[in-house]
Ligand binder design. Sequence first.
Ligand code: ADP
Length: 647
Amino acid sequence: MAPLVDTDVSLVADAGRIVAVSDAFLNLIGYSADDVLHRPVDTFFRSALRATSQDVDFQTLERPVSCYVFTASLMAREVTLIVRHLRPTLAEYYVQEVPNSRLEERFFLVNQFFYNANVASLLFAWPGLHVLRANQRYLEYAGQPSDALPSVFGKPLTQRMQRRVREVSGRFEPPAAQLDYASTLQLYGVPALDGGQRYWDEIWTPIWEGGGIRCVLCVFSDATERVRLRIQAQEKDALIHLQREQLQAIVDSMSDGLMLVDRSGEVKLLNQAARSLYYDPDSLHRIGDTFRHTRYFDLEGNRLEPQDTVAACVLQGKAIQHRGMRCERPDRTLYMSESGSPIYDEEGNVSSAIVCSRDVSAQMERNKMALDEQRHLLEIEQLQRESLQRAIEMKDQIFSLITHELKTPLAVIDLAVQSIERAESPHPDSRLAMYLGSIRQSNYRQLRLVNNLLDMARISSGHIRVRRQNVDLVALCRSIVDSVRIFTEKKGISLVFHADSESLAVFTDAEKMERMLLNLLSNAIKFSPDGGPIDVALSCDGCWVSLTVRDQGIGIPLDKQEIIFERFGQVDSSLSRSAEGTGIGLALVRQFAQALEGSVSVVSSLGHGSTFTLRLPALPHQSDADCALGDGDFSQAATIEFADLFN
Ligand code: ADP
């Protein structure tokens, strides 16, 4: 059959196959006659032209049909199709394009979307929801990336996409004026259709015609990265918010007040505890604001100015620890302890100051009470000490008065004895001489006791006096030892003195040396059995002089070796009791030794004897000092010291 020329008929089909086609129709669909002729008419409409009325049979079609068909270059054409059946097998098809329906011509700019590979673009028919146009990116958006793009043209939208259309279409609004394309619906960062981790910005533009929607243009752009960044930022914001809230909670729950002040002196943070420390904290915006109503003083009572505050000092770069101050607020007075440290910026400049404050009023009150109490106790103690001192002084005065009073009659008795002896010589009555001897003995005993008591009294009142002289200690000790031989001989005791040098020049108190050595000797003789030896040894190592008195007498039990140096300290045993005196002698020896900056000690074993050692500093002779005679007559002193010993 010849081509159809100058006719309204587009196609002629015989027995269902296309046998003729018009140029106008070929022109409309962009195919050649060879592409069309001899093809089954139904298949041709369905497959080649992708007619959107897929539910009709194009061979047996009776009624006119409106649908879209697609050109060879996949352009949608809205057409009306009418079939005229001429004979049972022959039919003429009239395909008429709806005038002014070519969207790519009406909306030229719309084309641009389909050529833009960055956005997914779709044009679909309304209400049939057939794809009229789409680009490759759309397939990705719709979740069908493996499909070939041409295969979706003319096809209904996927189920998912249809669901999306239903969700969105309720929000389509007719255009305000007579325009037919101005109404768009813009959605930002919508989750991907398949619920995956992709987000799309969507622009839905329904194209209106004659009061209804004809088709819809959709443009989707991938917003995943932007949304991801936004979500990240939101999460970060939420985290920062949470951390700030946690920090605020911590800061607020602190019992110490916390204040943050920036470089300009503006208060940036004030926690709950700090708010309670300041009067009218809401008015505290800058350092010094509280000075309007509160007066501040340091602990010495000096008035403080705003520039003296810890915050102000810290902003000058100083760190401050526990500065106490008194705050006289309009409502109450409190004591605060403040510490502060600077915060530095990257250049090392002070950027802000942190100030910690604590209410120490209760502690100050306690301290004040304790101080008052202490002061009160001190006053009482002072009074007691003074009255005790007065009592001691009085006692010492009474004591020395009594002892002096006691010494006078003793001197008178001694004088009387001497006078009688002188009157009786040269032929004294033997009985009278015995009585006189007895009187003198008792007199000396009494004198020794009084002397010792007097010394003790002097010591306890702090009146012990050291009178150092240049002394030859070897000569002095030898003389003293010799002065007691008369007593050792009576007991058959061998008394030996030896020194490690011929003489020993020291600057010491000769009288105290004598008192000490006589006491040690009298004890050694007292507590030695008849015939027992006594050794006196003097040595010097350059710095210290050692004087030892060793006996082989009754010895001293270990537990008494310290007590015997105490006042009235004695060994309470039947052996020693027989020879005991007053228990003052060794106490005096220790006091004298200490007054000479030395010491006395004992090593003793019960039943085997005792060794007493005096250690005294070996001070060298002084050129301008007095010299004591080392070979003096100590017999009088010895007689008094030994008065206990022999009757
Ligand atoms: P007293 O006047 O009683 O002798 P001392 O203070 O001189 O006082 O001595 C205290 C006591 O120490 C003596 O009573 C005696 O018990 C003991 N004592 C001192 N020297 C010796 C010694 N050489 N041997 C044994 N006991 C001693």
